[in-house]
Design a protein. Structure first.
Length: 147
């Protein structure tokens, strides 16, 4: 990623979205966007077109939202793998990209549940391992799977 004025953008360089790290990537993305004061665009939908009688202030607000959204979208795309970039580069807004990523990789996604199931099926107690610790780990994984 090119050098930007945001000193925290480096965390996105070092923690590119690679699918299994979605929640960590999203947390880091929100930190960077909030420092830029544009994090709000992730949680908002594209504003409706303005009526012809809209005042200049409304046009300025819409223009600012679009600029902020483009900047957020660029941060997002620049901090993904090339394959994920190709999947998302034609999406209109940063919130649209985020929504799609949450479907794919969010805690309730099929992929996340599959990964948790895999961990559960591969769990084995090792000699000398504490039974309580083993059971606690299994319970935590089951709770993650159910949510």
């Amino acid at each position: 990623m090119a050098q930007r004025s945001n000193p925290l953008s480096r965390i996105l360089d070092e923690n590119r979205l690679t699918r299994p790290n979605f929640s960590n990537w999203l947390r880091n993305l929100r930190i960077v966007l909030n420092l830029e004061r544009i994090g709000y665009v992730l949680d908002s939908k594209i504003p409706s077109p303005l009526p012809p009688e809209a005042i200049e202030e409304e046009h300025d607000t819409l223009r600012k939202w679009r600029e902020d959204d483009i900047q957020a979208k660029c941060y997002m795309l620049a901090s993904m793998t090339n394959q994920l970039q190709k999947q998302h580069e034609k999406m209109q807004t940063s919130s649209e990209i985020l929504s799609h990523l949450q479907e794919l990789f969010g805690e309730n996604s099929r992929l996340a549940r599959y990964e948790i199931s895999k961990q559960l099926f591969r769990m084995k107690m090792h000699e000398g391992q504490d039974v309580g610790e083993h059971v606690h780990t299994m319970i935590r994984l089951i709770k993650q799977w159910r949510h």
